[in-house]
Design a protein around this ligand. Sequence first.
Ligand SMILES: Nc1ncnc2c1ncn2[C@@H]1O[C@H](COP(=O)(O)OP(=O)(O)O)[C@@H](O)[C@H]1O
Ligand SMILES: [Mg+2]
Length: 305
Amino acid sequence: MTSGPPVEVRGLTKQYGDITAVDGVDLTVEAGDVFGYLGPNGAGKTTSMRMMLGLIRPTAGEVKLFGKDPQESISALTGVAGFVEAPRFYPYLDAKTNLELLAALDGDGANGRIPEVLDIVELTDRAKDKVGGYSHGMRQRLGIAASLLRKPKLLMLDEPATGLDPAGMRDMRLLIKRLASEGITVLLSSHLLAEVEDVCDRVAIIRKGKIAYQGQLSQLRKEAGLSYSLRTTDDTAARKVLDSFTAVTDVAASDDGTLRFHPADESAVAQLSGQLTAAGAMIIELAPRSATLEELFFELTEGES
Ligand SMILES: Nc1ncnc2c1ncn2[C@@H]1O[C@H](COP(=O)(O)OP(=O)(O)O)[C@@H](O)[C@H]1O
Ligand SMILES: [Mg+2]
């Protein structure tokens, strides 16, 4: 028996002609993680996951799943299941038949688990309907059911909630949480931070093929630092005060109509309130705010360089 973390990726690179789709990615998913692989469209998520699942060969670097390289031996995929982009089924067959065909390939009692996996993804009532008539969300759930036939220890899901309506997204989140609570390590990708914020404890953010951040979501929030919002009776005057005060940085007008800034420390905030009053800008609101993850995500993925 080899062992190691569910996913360990080092220097993973994939080149398509002039395009470096994945560029030196290092990534570790620990047992029990619900790991979010985040990045905008075209960042390299699917390509990375194809390499992790052994579906395509890396140009450079290596993938280890529980210590084994999926390019070297098919046994590396024991206990690993998932799909990239979208699960595929025969549209003219019903869900149960599709699962039976897959179970025949998987062996190992998979056929006997069909009722259970259909139940987990709440498709028992629709098991006899042709998959061609399924909604996008139902097909995604059936994809998870198919993955569960293999009793995976690691589940890799590429954008499982993309394209779902809000209710479908919520169901997907609940399903992933349930699977995680049963001890399955999950790696899921998304281009929407809000989708994983609630389910994932650790994330990697990929941007143009490179990892821009990897770690705890809570740590990411901390690193972004605290910002303050400000509203006064005269925001034009307030803006002038903020711009000329060296103890505050990153002054910007926010969408909610407040001014945002990063103070050097609390005493800078106290001094600022004095300066604002002196400038005739009476404070209506002056409040600390932790940056929303959405803002951080935007900075990390859309920022310069
Ligand atoms: N088979 C391929 N041939 C050429 N370029 C590809 C191929 N697959 C992906 N790419 C390119 O690699 C980059 C990353 O794509 P992808 O991994 O699909 O990103 P994501 O899943 O994050 O949206 C994109 O620029 C995409 O156009
Ligand atoms: Mg993709």
